[in-house]
Write a protein that binds this ligand. Structure first.
Ligand code: 13P
Length: 255
């Protein structure tokens, strides 16, 4: 019912040469049957988007960005990139509210909701990231934090907007640490998120895709994606290796 989806977040990695090699690897390994069973996207840094858009032509891999300005633009916002610019260079998706934006750039729930709306307004599909820190989990606050992050967007943008988005649960303690959430831990929070959306609209809750992110690798993807509410992955480090990334896509395609 929900088509699996795997997105690669390259974060602040890459160079023109390295990206060209990575995309060539994806072009070779991403077979048509795989792509017909799983949506796939990669999210390079802003400066490489236009290059990578050209390199991805003729492949089933879509382009995404890692962030967007919350203002529609054009305008006086030095250093910012608007959603319409992302669309202009070929993006289809954009991450909003990644924990590294929340943590290192002070992005709060209100700003994240405005970014989501800005993306939707131009026809991009936002990938809304939520997740608790280790301290929050240890303090028993996981549901509290996730509810706050999800409800902020439901309240500000509306449930229909969330329905036109993809959500990603990324526990901060599992990002780049090699410490993956267990399939049961992921399922538990995914079920909670779906329930939170169902409280507003059951149909939307049933159709929206919920990705898991945090040390997803080829070796653990299959068991994570076997969970009923895990519809795919948002992959960081492992998306920088074409073989590893495509193996994760293959695991999702078998779902
Ligand atoms: P890792 O897969 O490197 O843990 O990163 C996850 C992530 O933050 C993807 O957005």
């Amino acid at each position: 019912m929900r088509k699996p989806f795997v997105a690669g977040n390259w974060k602040m990695h890459g160079s023109r040469d390295a990206n060209a090699r990575l995309v060539q690897g994806l072009r070779t390994a991403m077979t048509a049957p795989l792509a017909s069973h799983c949506d796939v996207a990669v999210c390079p840094p802003f400066v490489y988007l236009a290059d990578v858009a050209v390199q991805l032509q003729g492949t089933p891999v879509a382009l995404g960005a890692q962030d967007t300005c919350a203002e529609p633009g054009p305008g006086a916002r030095t250093g910012e990139v608007s959603a319409s610019m992302l669309l202009d260079v070929g993006c289809r998706y954009v991450l909003v509210g990644h924990s590294e934006r929340r943590q290192f750039h002070g992005e709060d729930d209100g700003l994240v909701a405005r970014k989501l709306s800005a993306a939707l307004a131009v026809g991009l599909t936002p990938i809304l990231c939520v997740g608790e820190s280790l301290q929050e989990r240890d303090a028993g606050l996981t549901h509290h934090v996730i509810a706050r992050q999800v409800d902020a967007v439901l309240d500000a943008a509306g449930v229909a907007a969330v329905g036109r988005s993809v959500l990603a649960y990324e526990p901060v303690w599992a990002i780049g640490t090699g410490r993956t959430a267990s399939p049961e831990q992921a399922q538990e929070v995914h079920g909670f998120i779906r329930g939170r959306i169902a409280a507003r609209d059951g149909n939307i809750a049933g159709s929206v895709r919920l990705l898991y992110g945090g040390s997803v690798k080829a070796s653990n993807a299959r068991e994570l994606f076997a969970m009923p509410d895990v519809d795919g992955g948002l992959v960081g480090g492992a998306s920088l290796n074409a073989e590893e990334f495509v193996a994760i896509v293959a695991a999702a395609a078998r779902k």
